[in-house]
Design a binder for this molecule. Structure first.
Ligand code: PMP
Length: 357
């Protein structure tokens, strides 16, 4: 063994050595339906506005560490109840990490359900926090009894629930979530990454529960490249979390472009509405071919008889979706496809039809 790999092995924490890095597949020249991105470009007038704003941007300076105007737009446009504030993150992934760092006292646990967003578990490992994953029921609803029992036993400092859930797409029962918030001794974070495509939200309930925070991202709304997420909640929580936020975590350009886009929020909402309509068409088409699960997000999960073969076959046909097979026992032979443009969805259905027949 070389001396470098010896030092790596002896210095790096064993749980990191054992971890596989989050894999982002090469998507050059592919129809990209794997990452829940908005498939639409901005209208030309908005691209022009963004271009001139970027041209004038003071990129020689550090960004505004606390961009009041951007935060005010978020507070007003995103339906935050009065008295609630926002904390900005470099994507919501960063906020998950910040929350875990904040509550990770010795022995503290982070609890989530499974299958759900893999970063909850990954980040618990990154920060050296105990992770508890409670299996969902067979229909991917919450197993309330098991979840409440785990909360009682483990006393988690932090609970993450993805609402709607990734990768299954469903919204959990609101009553079940209320019971979980009420039974939790720690913070409960409702991760509403897919809020733009969902029929419900916990944002209006922030004022009802002192241990609730709502996290959202603009990634799925058409700003994945900007990396901007936010945490909404009461000042008492946010002022503590602020201490952990690295001073300039959101750059000059993301701040500036996000502000421009939020000034044109209706453009993005129209795109989200189109995606919702197309999701229903795609659902019907998939439902005629395979087992597909209802979704309140901008993706659909479906099951085939050999997911890995179908995934590889679609890839050969120039189409990248997500193979969930192997990620969790409940996801055996499951695949996840992002709702693209009608043309992309049409090509996907055609390719899938050929692949499974
Ligand atoms: N939460 C959920 C449930 C997600 O699916 C994702 C992205 N796939 C994120 C958070 C992270 O989003 P981002 O870091 O782009 O804001």
């Amino acid at each position: 063994m070389s001396s470098v790999s010896q030092s790596v092995k002896s210095l790096i924490r064993p749980e990191l050595l054992a971890l596989r890095a989050y894999h982002v597949p090469d998507s050059a020249d592919m129809i990209k339906l794997d990452a829940m991105e908005n498939p639409y470009h901005l209208p030309q007038f908005l691209r022009d506005e963004v271009a001139s704003a970027v041209a004038a941007a003071p990129i020689n300076r550090y960004p505004d560490p606390d961009p009041y105007a951007l935060k005010e737009k978020i507070r007003l446009l995103l339906g935050l109840p009065g008295g609630m504030d926002v904390l900005l993150g470099n994507g919501s992934d960063e906020l998950i990490q910040l929350l875990a760092l904040a509550v990770n006292k010795p022995g503290a646990a982070l609890l989530s359900v499974e299958p759900s967003f893999v970063m909850y578990r990954m980040i618990a490992i990154f920060v050296g926090m105990r992770y508890v994953g409670v299996p969902l029921a067979a229909d991917f609803s919450l197993d309330l009894k098991a979840t409440l029992a785990a909360i009682h036993k483990e006393q988690p400092a932090l609970v993450f629930l993805s609402y709607p859930n990734n990768p299954t797409g469903n919204l959990f029962s609101k009553d079940d979530i209320r019971r979980i918030i009420e039974a939790s001794p720690g913070l409960v974070v409702l991760d509403e990454a897919y809020y733009a495509f969902a029929s419900d939200s916990f944002m209006p309930h922030l004022t009802n529960y002192p241990n609730l925070l709502v996290m959202r991202t603009f990634s799925k709304l058409g700003m994945a490249g900007l990396r901007l997420g936010f945490l909404a909640g009461s000042e008492a929580w946010l002022e503590q979390l602020e201490k952990l936020r690295l001073p300039y975590n959101v750059g000059v350009l993301p701040q500036l472009v996000a502000e421009k886009l939020l000034d044109n929020h209706s453009v993005l909402l129209q795109q989200a509405d189109q995606i919702k309509v197309d999701r229903e068409t795609l659902y019907r088409q998939l439902n005629a071919m395979v087992q597909v699960y209802p979704s309140e997000a901008n993706f659909l999960m479906f099951k085939v008889s050999d997911a890995t073969r179908v995934f590889e076959d679609l890839k050969r046909r120039g189409m990248l979706i997500k193979n969930l097979n192997g990620g969790h026992p409940m996801l055996t032979d499951c695949l996840r496809v992002t709702v693209g443009t009608p043309a992309e969805c049409g090509k996907f259905i055609e390719a899938l039809q050929e692949s499974i027949s």
